[in-house]
Each structure stands twice: as structure tokens, then as C-alpha cells.
Write a protein of this length. Structure first.
Length: 329
């Protein structure tokens, strides 16, 4: 007969899991409180509101995942919004008036384009040894200009199957397609990488670049791959924009800076080497819901930016205090 697992061991494993992801679980609890608060101030908030939240949050969540991968590897990418705009307009212009089958090839090409854009960013950083923030800031203008060359004003189109991927629900009306697609896509790409030698290398160079180099990690190649993954998730975010709006928008939105805000709130260390992608996704939902609640309360939506800044300051201060306490032990 199979031996039942020791309850004490199982309890220890559960406690370790909770402690390891305590910040993410805390964000989930805060999100649940926000949802209850939203229902209290707007009793009509229900299925349509939850689905709208998932659809509006999907592009930003993918942008936050893109930024998280880059920051975990010890870098930062200020061109994410521009890469989203470029991939969005390329997809929209190529899909307009074309068959559903051709749109599949367009999506594959756009994802490849995202990989190339990110790899170019990473290669420039590695070859020139110019700080990441400077290179990606400069490239943000390059990619933004390229998107305007492709499409000077909002336009183009989206295939029906791409729109159907995020509209509606799955199984239960309270389970939005947009949320399911987001989780599945991120899991399919990130989990295999996270569990591989490549994932360990990305965390290694973010945590201690010199130690990783001395351990035999190909630092330059790993950094280029990390930025390529950032480009891939940026392309997914651009496709999400095209799917949700039905058009391509050549002007980058506030996705870059908001993605930085989301990863900080989601528990990713800006110093690199710490964090994951689940926390930033939950953080995006929190930030989006705060903005929604401000609208319901008839508060100036511009104050949402102030609220985000205040939350970030609080999170950074709290993280600094924790590090000080650990250092004194």
C-alpha cells in the first residue's frame, strides 16, 4: 500500500511556500479587499466589470511581465511601450482585410519581430557596455519612430479569432477569457524557462554578475536572451492591444513607466535577481482597480497617478526597512 505523506512534512512545505510567496499572497488579499470595496461603492459592479478589468489589464500585465524578466536579469527596459506600439501597428496593418488563416502567420511574425527587437536592445547593451537605461531610452525613440513610419495615425484592423481570444468568459461567466489567456501564455513561456538552466542564469546575473561569470555563466549571451524575452512579451502586449481595440496605435502609451510601478509593487527587486512574474500581474490588477474605484467615487482620475506614486514610495520604504532589519541580524 502507498505510504501517506507525513502531515508534518506537508505542513512545513505549505508554510515554506506561503513564506516564499508572502508578498504575492498579500497582494491577492489586498485585491480581494479592493473588489469588495468596489462592490460596496458600486453595487452594479459585476460580471461585466470583472471582464472589463481583465481586458484592460491584459496589455499592461504582459508589459509588466516583460519588465520583470529584464529587471530580474539585472537590467531595465525603457523601450517596452515603443516596442508594444511597433508590434501593434505591424499586426494591425497586416491583418486588415486579410483572412483568418493569414492572421495566424502575422501573429507568428510579430512575435518573432518582438524577439528581434529585444535582442537588438540586449546586443547593444552588451557590445557597447553603455548602461541599460541609456540604451533602452534611446531605442525607445527608434522604435517609436518606426511605428509612426508604419502607421501615422490609429488604424488597421484585427482578425476575429484574435479578438475572440479575449472577449467573453470560459466555463463560468466570472472567469474572463482575457485572464485565462494571460495566465496560460505567461505560464507556457516563463515556467519552462524559470525551471531551466537559462532561468537560473538570468537570476544569477541579476543577483551577482561577477559571481555568475566566475561560475561559468555566459553573462553576455544570457543578457541578450533576457532582453529578447522582454521583446517577446512586449510583442504579446502589443498583440493584446490590437485585439482589445481592434486597431493599431502608433503612439506609445504610459506602459513603460507603469510596468516599472507594477514590478516594484509586485515584489521584484530593482537591484535584480529577486522576484517573479505572478506578483507584477496581481499588482497590475490592483493598480487598475484603484483607478476604477476613483472613477466610481468621482475623484479626479489624475489623482490615480499620485496614488500610484504614493503606493510605490511606501513599498520601497517598506522593502528598505526589511533589508535593514535583515542586515542587522
Amino acid at each position: 500500500m502507498p505510504i501517506a505523506p507525513d502531515r508534518a512534512v506537508l505542513g512545513t512545505q505549505v508554510r515554506a511556500l506561503v513564506l516564499r510567496h508572502a508578498w504575492t499572497f498579500g497582494l491577492l488579499a489586498f485585491l480581494a479587499v479592493l473588489l469588495v470595496f468596489t462592490k460596496l461603492i458600486q453595487p452594479r459592479y459585476g460580471v461585466a466589470g470583472v471582464q472589463g478589468l481583465a481586458i484592460s489589464a491584459q496589455p499592461l500585465a504582459l508589459a509588466a511581465v516583460a519588465q520583470a524578466v529584464c529587471v530580474i536579469g539585472g537590467g531595465i527596459d525603457l523601450s517596452i511601450g515603443s516596442m508594444m506600439a511597433l508590434t501593434s501597428v505591424v499586426a494591425a496593418t497586416q491583418m486588415k482585410g486579410q483572412s483568418e488563416e493569414y492572421a495566424i502567420l502575422v501573429v507568428a511574425g510579430v512575435l518573432l519581430l518582438g524577439l528581434v527587437l529585444g535582442a537588438i536592445n540586449g546586443a547593444l547593451i552588451v557590445l557597447t557596455r553603455v548602461p541599460d537605461i541609456v540604451v533602452t531610452l534611446a531605442m525607445s525613440f527608434v522604435w517609436a519612430g518606426a511605428s509612426l513610419l508604419v502607421l501615422a495615425s490609429p488604424g488597421g484592423g484585427s482578425s476575429k479569432w484574435l479578438r475572440d481570444l479575449i472577449l467573453g468568459s470560459v466555463g463560468n461567466e466570472w472567469v474572463p477569457k482575457a485572464a485565462v489567456v494571460l495566465v496560460v501564455v505567461v505560464a507556457l513561456v516563463w515556467i519552462p524557462i524559470r525551471q531551466s538552466r537559462l532561468g537560473l542564469s538570468i537570476y544569477g546575473i541579476g543577483s551577482n554578475r561577477l559571481a555568475a561569470f566566475r561560475s561559468g555563466v555566459p553573462v553576455g549571451r544570457t543578457k541578450v536572451i533576457a532582453y529578447a524575452l522582454t521583446g517577446l512579451f512586449s510583442a504579446l502586449a502589443g498583440l493584446s492591444l490590437t485585439a482589445s481595440t481592434g486597431i493599431g496605435t502608433p503612439v506609445p502609451g504610459p506602459y513603460t513607466l507603469t510596468s516599472v510601478a507594477a514590478i516594484v509593487l509586485g515584489g521584484v527587486s530593482l537591484a535584480g535577481g529577486r522576484g517573479g512574474v505572478a506578483g507584477p500581474i496581481v499588482a497590475v490588477l490592483v493598480l487598475q482597480l484603484i483607478r476604477t474605484d476613483m472613477t466610481f467615487l468621482n475623484v479626479d482620475t489624475n489623482l490615480a497617478i499620485v496614488a500610484q506614486g504614493a503606493i510605490l514610495i511606501g513599498v520601497v520604504m517598506f522593502g528598505s526597512l526589511l533589508q535593514l532589519r535583515r542586515g542587522r541580524r
